[in-house]
Design a protein around this ligand. Sequence first.
Ligand code: ANZ
Ligand code: ZN
Length: 833
Amino acid sequence: MAKREYNFTDIEKKWQGFWEGCGLFRTDEGSSKEKFYCLVMFPYPSGTLHVGHGRNYIIGDVVARYKIMKGYNVLSTIGWDAFGLPAENAAIKGGVHPAVWTRNNIKAMKRQLHRWGVGYDWDREITSCNPDYYKWTQWIFLKLYENNLAYKKKAAVNWCPSCATVLANEQVVDGCCERCDTPVRQRDLEQWFFRISQYAQKLLDDISLLEGWPERVKTMQANWIGRSEGVRVDFMLEDSGKALSCFTTRPDTLYGVTFVSLAPEHPVIGKLISGTPQEKAVTDFVERARNQGMVERTAEGTEKEGIFTGKYVVNPVNNDKVPIWVANYVLMEYGTGAVMGVPAHDQRDFLFAKKYKLPIKIVIQPGDNELHADTMMDAYVDNGIQVNSGNFDGMPNTEAIKKIAIYLESKVLGTKTVTYRLRDWLISRQRYWGAPIPIIYCEKCGTLPVPESQLPVILPEAVEFKPHGMSPLAEVDSFLNTICPKCSGRARREIDTMDTFVDSSWYFLRYLSPKDDNHPFVTKKVNKWLPVDQYIGGVEHAILHLLYSRFITKVLYDLGSLGFKEPFRHLFTQGMIIKEGAKMSKSRGNVVSPDILIDKYGADTQRLYILFIGPPQKDAEWNDRGVIGAHRFLNRLWQKIADYEDVYAKVQRADIDINSLSPEAKTLYRQTNQTIKKVTEDMETSWHFNTAIASVMELLNTVDSFNVVIPNNAAEELNFHVFRYTMETILLLMAPFTPHICEELWEIMGNKPSIFHQRWPEYDKNAIQEEVAEIVIQINSKVRSRLSVPIDVSEDELKRRVLSDERVAGFLNGKKVINTIVVPKKLVNIVVK
Ligand code: ANZ
Ligand code: ZN
């Protein structure tokens, strides 16, 4: 009979159709099985996918298939994070409408996902730029607004004076406009914010609930929230009698203050300088610093700059008169926007003081070698003993931190406070391609939310895209002009759209009722299915997306709409695929197209390679030869099973009793069971696909040296049973990784599809125990030691173990081994001189 070919193209098409037909990924919500919600971060439809993207979806697919085989009722879904800047840029550049561009990309990406054999419950697909979705994003906005968690205030935007347009941060390159290279300026606009800062403490506390998250992501969340305990110290302004509050985490350094510096935006500056000789210079400086933009101002390498206001404050603990400066490194958004400068103990203050020749006053000494202000090369930031600090002299500074805070409070000179680095979430975008913010402005009635019954506020499709000027929405009269919901007078709509992070902050709730016209989500359903059991995505979302999703979940929990406080129970962040030392990306031109590889080797090869390339949470370097290796393995697997195609039907499957097996069959049977154990453990402990696959590969090596005989008698039948058992086990273990070939071979072996309706294999506990033999070790025929080894250990391995036995080594010390006599399973005699 002719050899059956591994015709992956036909096989893959066949099984993709089969899974679709049998609804393998269609979730039956009524099922009594335990639920498992497997979620990959929904992609931005940026265009065609490359193999680096594939890792994310393939991992998600493996998790879903594995859990199906483990007997769970799996929910595995996909959607499109479809609003955003690239679509709009494409419209401006190429004249394609963002909606068209987006829809085309979705189509291309869907095709790609299908070709990889990645399965989802496609009936639940969601697209964030569709009105049936963004209606509910707007609803979320209204809920926050109603609960005083959405508000409007002036905030700086990046403004390109030449394009006359607002730029997103990613459109500012080295302080200049990406398009025309003009220096970008900061401009204040009224913008919408979500009051996430109100949830800072809850977001911090509940990190403890995120048991299945990588430690480093939890740390990133905590750092971003950035809780600081400190004191607000009041410094009296010289002539006004008013206090200037400075936030410090180091009250122990209070006696060392030699200046105070203000953020350029600080409201007191105007009053301080008005009518003074410094007015012009300070105003100019403030203007310049504000145009620097936040990111640049706080960057490590940016030069610390400032200007003296001509005014002074008084240090409340020692009555020192200290100058007030304005400095670019002080941010208005943090603490009080005013900092007490302690150059001896803070590095930024030290550089600042050196530059502007301000005094340096040491108040903490290390204890061993004494510091001197004029010879210091850097600030001394470590712990030590208080000096020059009045009654606190001689005290360890760690104690002075507490004592000085208590002292300040008792004298009403300061208050202990907690500050968070987390700022309110700016959700306004001066963009077209986003969900319109559902707000109406009426001249008579003021700012009003769009009534829920009028949602969605539809984003008009017929607009003009120009590289210049305002958001296109500002020019669409039919959108702009509306009727006041309160007085029915003429009113106008908000033209800002929402940050796309709002769209993605709640989408995981929508998959449970994607077509519901009356509710954003159904409380009973989401309470049953969430938290998400396994969330999978890129580490680039480790901060903002996760934080915003956690925030919105907590708000909805507090409103009684959700019964859980955290949306994602386990989080897996996969590493990137690197090529030629750089992240794979279109702009770098180092992408590997999955289509060419699938045409040449099939999707299973690509899946296997991607999963085998290294620990899935680590970055990995792409290597074309590795793909060939993966392909070769699948061919070997194919051949091994296809070679006996005719035999499977003739030899019925039977239970295996390990005790009745030949030594060779016993070894194979044992290793098969050990492999089940290993693969299962690798899957259960944070998805070690690569080591799981490696152990299956080893098993196939053992099969290669196993003598498969087409059976003519009972003993040979037993032998074949073990072979069949091993091969079926390999297929079951490999099915989540390389599903198509496993389905096909499963069928060739005479089994009914789908292999995913089979239960994940369990190992025979008795079979994995290695049988051991007690070996007597003699040296020159005298018994010197004993050793337990696996009964089927090879002679070489036995010799190696004997020679590395500690007692034996002691006897051999300095002697020469002349001969080693081995009696298998019993004895080793070493002859020495
Ligand atoms: C005096 C001092 C002395 C400080 C010293 C530090 C070391 P964390 O820990 O990150 O919360 N600071 C306060 N408000 C600021 C603002 N708006 N912009 C820039 N810096 C600001 O940082 C708190 C410290 O950062 C505060 O403690 C203050 O400097 C500075 F040896 O006060 B410190
Ligand atoms: Zn009105």
